[in-house]
Structure formats: C-alpha cells, structure tokens
Design a protein around this ligand. Structure first.
Ligand code: MD6
Ligand code: FE
Length: 193
C-alpha cells in the first residue's frame, strides 16, 4: 500500500477527471443477481470494459446500461498503473464506486475477470473507509484497516483472490468531496494477455 500516493492537488485533479467520466457515463445503482436487491454503492466505469451487475448476473460489458460506450480511462490513472502495477499490459477496465451516507460493500472476491495474472490497482478519494480483507476462502480470518484519500493499493499475487469488503465509510473524515462520501477506483485487466 502506498499512503497518499496522490497528493492533494492530484486528488483534486482525479475528482475532476471522475466528474467528466460521470458526465458521460452516469452513476447507476447495480442490483444483486437473482434477488434484484439494490447495492448501497453507486457505480460507473471507464475503459474498454465496465463491470455491471443486474438480475442476470455480474459481468463486464463494453457499454453503460444506457447503451453508450464507457469513456476512456483518464491519463493520470493509466500513469499510476504503469508506475505501480508491475504488469506488461494496460488495464482494460476501471470501476468507479461511490459511497454516500451508510453505503458499504459485503465481503466478496473479484473473479469475473478472464485473467487473474494482472493485479488490481485500488485508489481512494474522499472519506476514509474501514476496509476488511481475509484470504482466498470466505472462512479465512479477516483483518480491517483504514484506507484514506490518495492511498493506492495493489491486489496482486496471493491477494488477488482474497475476500474483501468495506465495513463502513467514516463520514466527515475528508474535505475532498464537497458533499462528502467516498470514491474508490479499481483498475483491472479483464482480457487475457
Ligand atoms: C472499495 N474495493 O474499496 C471496494 N476489489 O470500495 C474492492 O472491491 C476491490 O479495492 C478488488 C481489488 C481492490 C479493491
Ligand atoms: Fe472487490
């Protein structure tokens, strides 16, 4: 983990870049497969592929549920990937999660990608998260720690398939987003290389 890999001006610039992404690809509320229960986290994507979830299941697809292709991944994020991911190919998906008041994410594994050879790069903006991580089995012991605005984290090697989730977001812990809340960006490689 790199604490504050992005300094405050870089965080401000990233928020602007994400606003531009969301202007083209508005945040949507994903639904749990089968039950149709809404996630508390709102999502959008940039890059050739984007992750979506609805009654039909979880998947990556080239377009927003509205039908428009996802906008490109902002240059500053691709730069961070090149600096941190130790991966010979570019990411082809970037999931943007927004946590408003009370939003959280249950323990899960990221395994919808077609390859697990690339790591996932996770970037935090805004309010602090209490992040929980365990092992490759759901029953493995977990531990939790705080992720702060500007932090960057690589999920690679054995951690690539570790169960993880967000217990809660600490309201008022950052002044980056005027209306509060937390943005998490995850850069991923979906297609094999
Ligand atoms: C979050 N992050 O931090 C949720 N997944 O809001 C994830 O689910 C995640 O941070 C895979 C790799 C890194 C992550
Ligand atoms: Fe995840």
């Amino acid at each position: 983990m790199w604490s504050e890999w992005f300094d405050r001006p870089a965080q401000v610039a990233l928020v602007e870049a994400i606003r531009a992404v969301a202007a083209q690809a508005p945040f949507f509320t994903p639904l749990m497969p089968r039950t149709g229960k809404p996630f508390s986290v709102r999502m959008t994507n940039c890059g050739p592929l984007g992750w979506v979830s609805d009654r039909d299941g979880y998947r990556y697809q080239p377009a927003h549920p509205d039908g428009a292709p996802w906008p490109p991944i902002p240059a500053a994020l691709l730069e961070a990937w090149r600096a941190l991911a130790d991966c010979p190919v570019e990411p082809d998906a970037c999931l943007v999660n927004y946590y408003g008041a009370g939003a959280k994410m249950g323990l899960h594994q990221d395994r919808d990608e077609e390859t697990f050879a690339a790591p996932i790069l996770s970037i935090q903006l805004g309010d602090e998260a209490v992040f929980r991580i365990g092992g490759p089995d759901r029953r493995d012991k977990t531990r939790s720690f705080r992720l702060r605005s500007g932090d960057a984290l690589i999920f690679g090697g054995p951690a690539r398939l570790a169960f993880h989730g967000v217990d809660r977001v600490v309201a008022g812990s950052s002044t980056l987003l005027p209306k509060g809340g937390r943005i998490n960006l995850t850069l991923r490689r979906v297609r094999p290389f």
